[in-house]
Design a binder for this molecule. Structure first.
Ligand SMILES: [Zn+2]
Length: 284
């Protein structure tokens, strides 16, 4: 435990990049071997906008990282925040710390993005992907990256998280998000079993179904308990899944970086539901 914390306290940027690139590569290869859907898409062409948005996310987090560091240093020095008030053994501190960062920094951020229209306009870009795979994990508009950063900072403040726990949380978050977006098929029983603890691939795919109420369920990032606790857990049969958003059914536009960057400023479109024909429907 001590060693893990020491490692993450001083994790070099190169190792963080390696985790991100290694994760995508690993799940990308499994997508070839055991795909959930046999998409008729060009894998590299599809990946490009998603990799672009992953890079903008990295840049934003890198530029703003000092704020996270300062907040964490202040909380630890001032003995402020949940972890600082509770005097727990190291393993429990790590577990509770990661769980609460996941709740406030990811689940709550994601929930609010779905409920507050101006924030939804930024998050929408993530949902416009009509072929969800491991590269979709960090398809975040730069505006959304900032929104998520604010929630992460708020989480660090409330939790009183030391930097080692923040880095461990972010590393887990990157890999598990790549895992649950990956176009992979686990044995149903295994997927069901792990979905009691962490967000499984089948569980997260429900969130990418193109119509409400499914889009507004399964907000989880690492742990699945939050959705079960707050009543936002849902299931759907994989064969019924259609990826995307009903309000933006044009598959071509959904892969154009310039269009996606402008989308949040184009005005809100109310959900139209299943009556909208989605081109992607037959592409499985
Ligand atoms: Zn979402």
């Amino acid at each position: 435990m001590e060693t893990i914390m020491n490692y993450f306290e001083t994790i070099p940027s190169s190792h963080r990049s390696l985790i991100l690139v290694g994760g995508i590569t690993f799940f990308w290869l499994i997508e070839y071997a055991a795909p959930l859907f046999k998409f008729k898409y060009k894998k590299f062409k599809h990946a490009w906008p998603n990799i672009f948005f992953t890079l903008t996310t990295i840049v934003i987090n890198f530029v703003l990282a000092f704020i996270l560091l300062k907040t964490s240093d202040w909380a630890v020095a001032s003995k402020f925040g949940v972890l600082q008030w509770l005097n727990m053994p190291l393993w429990a501190t790590i577990l509770v710390g990661v769980a609460l960062l996941d709740l406030i920094g990811a689940w709550l951020a994601h929930y609010v993005e779905h409920k507050v229209k101006p924030l939804w306009m930024f998050h929408l870009i993530h949902h416009t992907d009509n072929h969800v795979d491991t590269t979709t994990a960090n398809r975040h508009h730069p505006g959304e990256s900032v929104i998520r950063f604010i929630f992460t900072t708020l989480a660090v403040f409330i939790v009183g998280a030391p930097i080692g726990i923040i880095m461990l949380y972010q590393s887990l978050s990157v890999v598990l998000s790549q895992f649950n977006h990956a176009n992979i098929s686990l044995p149903k029983r295994l997927d069901d079993a792990i979905s009691w603890i962490i967000v499984s691939p089948d569980m997260h795919k429900v969130h990418h179904h193109y119509v409400l109420p499914y889009t507004d369920t399964n907000y989880g990032n690492i742990f699945s308990i939050w959705d079960r606790m707050f009543g936002t857990f849902a299931k759907i049969r994989n064969e019924d899944l259609v990826y995307g958003v009903d309000t933006y059914p044009d598959v071509d536009s959904n892969s154009k970086i310039s269009k996606l960057l402008k989308l949040p400023f184009a005005g809100y479109r109310a959900p139209v539901g299943a009556k909208f024909e989605v081109e992607n429907k037959l592409d499985k």
